[in-house]
Design a binder for this molecule. Structure first.
Ligand code: HEC
Ligand code: HEC
Length: 294
């Protein structure tokens, strides 16, 4: 039995997958929708257990079972990245990695390898998704815990190769106001093109969805993400968003959608992908030799 993968490769699947796959697909939907509801009510969630499985007071037995099933599927898929993507990641992030608003999952299609490697590592070490208030982050924490280094190495290559879906302005923000905010407060780290910068570990923004960007900015502002000492990079975002309002988040996301339209096809080179951008930025800040001579 073979599973057809996104990139057209055929990968051998184990028997465990055959049983898990259909169950997983359904369970994930039920679980993720349940998670969203639990995130909406204001009951203080019980602390998540420190073990590999999720056992939080806010989760139903079905949700716990689904999250654990993801862990099992992830283990079964080890060493075969396209298969792992299809069996595990695509269940929540979509078959093209495009993300799903109903499951609150970001588009991961085209995320640079270095960025997703850092983030999956943070989820795995509970530096991200550690707060009991962050139910969506906790889901990804559970998945990441089941991945070893080789699996992360492989699967981040697979998602980097998926076609980036440029961000759309769906929330009606004002891109002109957003541009001012972006230039003053965001561009130094996320670059003129919103593609992030490996040297700063700053996120690649233009393939994300606007609602996801806003949800993350709110999490940073509230300290749900980026407030523990181990999260040095998240801490930067916490300080930047602390004084910002929702309206500014929506406007800045609208401007990122403008950048997405402009720069989505500017495919970074596969090896040392950001070096050219770094070089260009440096060249910009240096006075031209002719100017010196005058
Ligand atoms: C059970 C659902 C689920 C599965 C399965 C899942 N994810 Fe996620 N993932 C999420 C959610 C929800 C988030 C958003 C977390 C947040 O809000 O901070 C996320 C976030 C991420 C992020 C962070 C993106 C960013 O822009 O910071 C990456 C990278 C990621 N997932 C990769 C993967 C990979 C690779 C797999 C497969 C091995 C996978 N996910 C499987 C639910 C899932
Ligand atoms: C000092 C550098 C810096 C500045 C300035 C900055 N960021 Fe960030 N940003 C980062 C870093 C580093 C990360 C990655 C954080 C992490 O590892 O969790 C990040 C992450 C993010 C994320 C999370 C993306 C994801 O995939 O989950 C969003 C959204 C974001 N920044 C938007 C903004 C916006 C909007 C501004 C301006 C208002 C801004 N940032 C200003 C450095 C910066």
């Amino acid at each position: 039995m073979y599973l057809k993968c996104n990139n057209g490769n055929m990968a051998r699947s184990s028997n465990a997958f055959l049983i898990l796959l259909p169950t997983l697909a359904l369970a994930f939907f039920a679980a993720a929708i349940g998670f969203l509801h639990s995130a909406d009510n204001n009951e203080p969630p019980a602390a998540a257990s420190a073990s590999a499985s999720v056992s939080s007071g806010t989760l139903t037995p079905e949700q716990v079972a689904a999250a654990n099933a993801a862990v099992e599927a992830a283990k079964a898929g080890r060493g075969d990245a396209p298969n792992l993507f299809v069996a595990v990641c695509s269940q929540c992030h979509g078959e093209k990695g495009e993300g799903k608003v109903e499951l609150k999952t970001p588009s991961i299609a085209g995320l640079p390898e270095w960025y997703s490697k850092i983030q999956i590592g943070k989820f795995r070490q509970k530096i991200r998704g550690q707060s009991p208030e962050d139910t969506n982050g906790m889901i990804m924490h559970t998945v990441a815990q089941s991945l070893d280094d080789a699996a992360i190495e492989g699967v981040t290559k697979v998602i980097a190769d998926l076609k980036l879906v440029p961000m759309q302005n769906t929330l009606g923000g004002d891109p002109d106001k957003g541009e001012v905010i972006f230039r003053e407060r965001c561009m130094e780290c996320h670059r003129y093109n919103g593609r992030g910068e490996m040297a700063f570990h700053s996120a690649h923004l233009i393939g994300l969805q606007d609602w996801y960007i806003i949800s993350q900015l709110r999490k940073f502002r509230g300290g749900v993400r980026g407030s523990i000492p181990a999260d040095v990079d998240g801490g930067k975002m916490h300080r930047i968003t602390e004084t910002m309002k929702d309206e500014q988040f929506i406007d800045v996301a609208a401007y990122v959608a403008v950048l997405a339209e402009k720069y989505a096809d500017e495919k970074p080179r596969r090896r040392r992908p950001y070096q050219r951008l770094v070089d260009e930025a440096e060249a910009d800040t240096k006075p031209a030799p002719e100017a010196d001579a005058k």
